[in-house]
Design a protein around this ligand. Structure first.
Ligand code: ZN
Length: 446
């Protein structure tokens, strides 16, 4: 445990990293890289910057172990944070202000500048104590995560550089936990993207056709929304964690024009779907074929699946005896005075996906307990006025369908305040202790 004076310095380093503007879509990676290089130099780690895509640097640090023949530990974090609209906040999102209770407010406090800095602080403490690792440790800071990770981790994992590292296990982000116990993740939901198309007869807007494109599409949307409602009920009942339930969300609608008012011959809707790795994907495909886009109703569809051609066992990291890293992490957290729950499936996408796909065990863990998850809270909750503007000014053609959706989704009608993500000083410091314990267990594991 660090002294009061040391704690203040540790927290001020975290604040400094938070204040670097790495907000998408124009993150200042160069400033972040300079900061990480400076810290690596002070701690005494080898550092290099690799660019697979221009101006999107990956920083790789190395703490060399005494037995380099043993596969190494990889600690991953992403440098960028999600975008925000300044006006929505009561505190500056890059201010890293600390309130009277010790809460630090900034984008990245939870997702995931905290984790990146905690890795470094843990290594700094271990080095200062004279600890010598048996296995080497790599610390990876990657760009582009909040843009899908294609120009960051994906490129890195495919590189010869990565092959040469000989990695045994990867740690990446998890989610904050509202309770005492830390959440630990061994898989993530698989993104599917579905576009359904309806066709029908063109004609005057006054005519009551049967089987029009709009009618056909609306039937499908109703059907999908009923299925969605059943998923929401499952979640609300509280028996299932978010990552263990399928999610379906309509993300666009495209049909018709207001002038001239004709019934369109084509109507299209797009849906983002996330599937737990153990979900019955054949059942969902059948649903799409028979109910959501049946050829009998002049419907067709395009489905793209992120898990196309990937073996099921590569989507989930083992938590049994075949994977020693799982048990080592639980024990190490326990020894440092923490508790873990899980294993859980991460509801969205993390960089672990790319590592698991490459055949490595990857564990999602952000040591943040007793904290509500506010990672992407921003303007994702719309006010009624914003919705009205969206429909009337930008998309008059979808007025009716949009109205139907909005009135059927009660949460859209309630305005919300948005809260800036925060992390308390004590949680941050406690998290460093967790990594100290994990790193000792991992690097000494023979
Ligand atoms: Zn994120």
């Amino acid at each position: 445990m660090a002294s009061i004076a040391e704690q203040a310095i540790i927290v001020s380093r975290f604040q400094e990293y938070l204040r670097i503007n790495t907000v998408q879509p124009n993150p200042n990676y160069m400033e972040a890289v300079q900061f990480i290089f400076r810290e690596a130099h002070l701690i005494g780690l080898q550092a290099e910057s690799i660019e697979f895509v221009a101006a999107k640097p990956i920083v790789l640090l190395k703490w060399t172990g005494s037995d380099e023949s043993l596969p190494a530990i990889l600690l991953n974090s992403h440098i960028d944070v999600v975008s925000f609209e300044e006006d929505n906040w009561d505190r500056p999102p890059l201010g890293a202000e600390i309130d009277g209770e010790g809460k630090i407010y900034a984008k990245g406090t939870q997702d995931m500048k905290s984790v990146g800095m905690q890795y470094l602080e843990a290594i700094r403490m271990l080095k200062a104590s004279g600890f010598n690792p048996l296995r080497s440790v790599y610390v990876l800071f990657v760009p582009d995560h909040e843009h899908g990770g294609t120009d960051g981790v994906r490129m890195f994992v495919q590189s010869e550089k990565f092959m040469s590292l000989n990695i045994a296990v990867v740690l990446d982000k998890g989610l904050p936990s509202p309770t005492e116990s830390y959440r630990v993740f061994n898989g993530e939901r698989v993104p599917w993207f579905l576009e359904i198309q309806a066709v029908g007869q063109a004609g005057h807007d006054a005519k009551l056709y049967d089987n029009s494109a709009m009618e056909n599409l609306t039937k499908s949307i109703e059907c999908i929304m009923r299925y969605r409602a059943s998923l929401v009920d499952e979640l609300k009942a509280g028996f299932m964690k978010e990552g263990h339930v399928v999610s379906v969300n309509m993300v666009y609608l495209n049909a018709g024009t207001l002038q001239p008012a004709e019934q369109p011959t084509q109507a299209v809707a797009g849906f983002a779907i996330r599937l737990p790795p153990f979900a019955d994907s054949d059942e969902l495909r059948r649903r799409i074929l028979k109910e959501w886009a049946p050829a009998t109703r002049n419907m067709s569809f395009q489905l793209s699946r992120a898990d196309e051609g990937i073996a099921r066992e590569k989507l989930v990291t083992a938590t049994d005896d075949s994977n020693p890293w799982w048990g080592l992490l639980q024990n190490a957290v326990k020894q440092a005075g923490g508790v873990t729950s899980g294993p859980e499936i991460f509801p969205a996408s993390t960089n672990s996906w790319f590592f698991r796909k490459a055949g490595l065990p990857a564990i999602g863990f952000s040591p943040i307990s007793n904290t509500p998850s506010l990672r992407h809270d921003n303007n994702e909750v719309l006010s009624p006025l914003q919705i009205l503007h969206f429909i009337v000014v930008e998309h008059p053609s979808v007025l009716l369908i949009m109205w139907w959706i909005i009135t059927s989704q009660e949460q859209f009608l309630t305005p919300h305040l948005t809260f800036l993500q925060y992390l308390s000083r004590s949680e941050y410091l406690k998290g460093i202790d967790m990594y100290v314990s994990i790193l000792m267990a991992y690097t000494l594991h023979a």
